[in-house]
Design a protein around this ligand. Sequence first.
Ligand SMILES: C[S@@+](CC[C@H](N)C(=O)[O-])C[C@H]1O[C@@H](n2cnc3c(N)ncnc32)[C@H](O)[C@@H]1O
Length: 277
Amino acid sequence: MDYISQFDSLFKRKWKELATEWKGRGKDYYKILFVFPNLIKVLNKYLILPKKNLKIADFGCGDGCLTQLIVKYLIQRGNFEKVEIVGIDISSNLLSSFQEKLSRINRTITETYNLDITNHFDIGKKFDLIITSFVFHDIIRIDNLVKNINKHLKINGLHINIMLDPIFSEIMYHKGVLKVLVSKEVLIDDTIIWRKITEFPVITELGKIIYIPHIHRYLGDYINILINNKLLPITIEHFKAENKSLNNYYPFRNNKIYNPEIFQFPSTNLIISKMGI
Ligand SMILES: C[S@@+](CC[C@H](N)C(=O)[O-])C[C@H]1O[C@@H](n2cnc3c(N)ncnc32)[C@H](O)[C@@H]1O
């Protein structure tokens, strides 16, 4: 096996193993108090809601902590007869949390698929909105993931990608916070699919440090991969948390440092793309 495939399988295995500890991070105040309010401002600007049925997919959905807020919000905004939500993840453990959270919301039908989003798949449906939240920088074969997003978006459907700002990752790299496994750029089909393969420390509620996969790329690398796969970025937004309400929660949680050595708020990027013809 070549070394791209080796890291690819290693990180997939790792995500399956990480599921319980990922849930053990406790309530994700960063996403709830900071990412969500900023995200809905952007959604309001760009998402044209269908009249009757809204179809949303979440690729790499995890436990659905952010998605449940987005769905509740969109249900308040629109007058839908029903909302179909599809969650896809490599971890069956996280999918059951997703199913439980989302199916509690009225007028929704939730389905989950235990799939690898970087392998070719087709669930035979097209969506108005596909969310990838804190997933792009966790995945080696991002080119394959974007192909799958393309296949499942309606014409004029939106893809919304939420991720850590690559400049924040760069700062973390220079501070020595990231554990670097490989430092070598790799090109596939003329696009850079990674710059460095690293792991990022996160602390759980029990105070245990876990390392999650973190692939280091530049913002331009993401844009190139999207455009090469006919997903046309229409806006890129950057949020830097200065929200005082987060101070009680981040970077501290239960008086423990959430991300060791990180004494500043992370910043987040949103890339919103439209499905081109
Ligand atoms: C950092 S978590 C983000 C979870 C969720 N989207 C959120 O914002 O809370 C990354 C998620 O991607 C999933 N994942 C990683 N690699 C995957 C793959 N190859 N196929 C499907 N899911 C994957 C993990 O199991 C995990 O749930």
